[in-house]
Design a binder for this molecule. Structure first.
Ligand SMILES: Cc1cc2nc3c(=O)[nH]c(=O)nc-3n(C[C@H](O)[C@H](O)[C@H](O)COP(=O)(O)OP(=O)(O)OC[C@H]3O[C@@H](n4cnc5c(N)ncnc54)[C@H](O)[C@@H]3O)c2cc1C
Length: 426
């Protein structure tokens, strides 16, 4: 029996295995999929490589950089655009109003200047008080529905951190009058492997870990200290770290108090449908990634795999991947054929490429994308997490912790879970 059993072979599980090695103890990673990597895996179709949605690294933790930097990488400026009703605006839109008609800019900025401040009860209040009603209504309130799948008044604000640029009147005025306002994105440089897709960054972790793929965990007996796999095999454990989605873990555990079961069942995440398009043309994307505000375009965001690295497409070709978000609160209404058609029509309308340029289209769904911060989610999640940890089980990663973690943070989360269990076990 290994010292630590780890459920899930994404970067959090691989981080947990890394920490176990650091402590000089053994570990076994159980991964349901046919190969490790989780969300950081990449896939290839007809000579084109795609990641599972936009993935770029802005890790700054020395422990992460020590591993990621073993893979030769490209550096990209973190600059993106926004498509809105026929306009390309630089991101963040409120700081880059320059291309809009003068009357519109005046109305938008007047709204910001006159905005009164008050109690912030939800994300809608935050957006309106940050940007003023006209800017909030024109962009982020719409984007919230597309990306988070629920209205902003139903969301909390604990997740925002540096992710949303706060509006400063002088920045907004400058960006309305001058074409090249300074880039205010919250990270300056983004890294991406020269070859092999984003997954290449985690190959050293995969090579060093003991991993069993095709090991789908179906039950976790925290009292008898054993997990059962879909094929009926049972594996005992002494220390256990789960990076599986927290609600899925709780549903598999024994003797769960009713209120914890209810709290866990109330947690939900977005799903992401990825429409990947291969094109027989050199790069067509106007930026590394861009946001789409038009409500009749299903995708919220698009990125260019071939811009991330030319290694992702054959010579003379390029690619785009479109991200369409849904959830139990806003189920997907479109079929794969309809989603694909919607992306192709948008691609043509934006002037990026013609249908005759398309080599193939490809669809894939990620069942877990972003955990959704609906009002009160953090309190419910914390109660669930505290109960699971009181059973002597460590939780880690974006879905194990049920938090908005980037890949580097998911890695650190996996390490920290093993550090805690190891310290507690003496
Ligand atoms: C749209 C999108 C864009 C992103 N962009 C970036 C970015 O640009 N930069 C960045 O740093 N991060 C980005 N991230 C975040 C990053 O993907 C995550 O932080 C990270 O991949 C999470 O790793 P994880 O190991 O916690 O989860 P996962 O990668 O989901 O791994 C969990 C693993 O558990 C396995 N599993 C689940 N259930 C079972 C079971 N019952 N039995 C056995 N195994 C099971 C799954 O198969 C999976 O392999 C993005 C995420 C999304 C969704």
């Amino acid at each position: 029996m290994s010292d630590v059993l780890i459920l899930g072979g994404g970067i959090a599980g691989l981080g947990a295995a890394h920490a176990a090695r650091r402590h000089g103890i053994t570990s076994l990673v159980l991964e349901a999929g046919s190969r490790p990597g989780g969300l950081l895996d990449s896939f290839s179709v007809e000579g084109f490589r795609f990641d599972n949605a936009v993935h770029l690294s802005f890790a700054n933790e020395p422990e992460v950089r020590e591993i990621f930097d073993r893979t030769p990488y490209l550096e990209h400026e973190a600059a993106s655009l926004c498509w809105d009703d026929g306009y390309w605006l630089r991101h963040p839109v409120q700081n880059n109003l320059f291309p809009l008609p003068v009357e519109e800019k005046v109305a938008l900025i007047e709204g910001l200047a006159r905005q009164e401040q008050g109690e912030i009860r939800n994300y809608r209040d935050w957006l309106v008080q940050q940007y003023g009603t006209p800017i909030a209504a024109r962009w982020p309130l719409i984007y919230t529905r597309k990306y988070w799948t629920i209205p902003a008044e139903e969301m909390g604000t604990g997740w925002i951190g540096p992710r949303m640029r706060q509006a400063a009147l002088n920045e907004v005025l400058l960006g309305a009058m001058a074409e090249r306002a300074p880039n205010t994105y919250y990270v300056s440089v983004m890294r991406y492997p020269k070859k092999g897709g984003y997954r290449a960054f985690i190959e050293p972790l995969i090579e060093a870990a003991e991993i069993r793929c095709g090991a789908h965990v179906v039950s976790v007996d925290q009292l008898g200290r054993r997990v059962r796999l879909a094929d009926g095999e049972e594996l005992p454990f002494r220390l256990l770290v789960s990076t599986m989605p927290l609600p899925s873990l709780v549903a598999m555990m024994r003797d769960v108090p009713e209120e914890i079961r209810a709290d866990a069942a109330s947690l939900f995440a977005t799903r992401v449908d990825l429409i990947s398009i291969a094109l027989r043309r050199p790069e067509v994307s106007p930026s590394l990634w861009f946001y789409i505000y038009d409500q009749d375009v299903l995708a919220a965001r698009v990125y260019s795999p071939s811009w991330k690295s030319p290694d992702n497409a054959p010579p003379g070709c390029c690619s785009l991947q479109w991200e369409i978000y849904s959830s139990c609160r806003r189920p997907l209404q479109a079929s794969v054929a309809e989603m694909t058609e919607n992306c192709l029509a948008a691609m043509e309308r934006m002037g990026l490429a013609a249908r005759s340029d398309v080599i193939f289209t490809h669809h894939k769904q990620l069942p877990f994308g972003n955990v959704v911060f609906d009002l009160g989610m953090e309190e419910r999640r914390d109660r669930v997490r505290a109960w699971v940890e009181a059973q002597g089980i460590g939780v880690a990663g974006r879905f194990g912790e049920w938090a908005y973690l980037w890949s580097n943070q998911s890695f650190m989360s996996g390490c920290a879970a093993v550090d805690r269990l190891h310290a507690a076990s003496g």
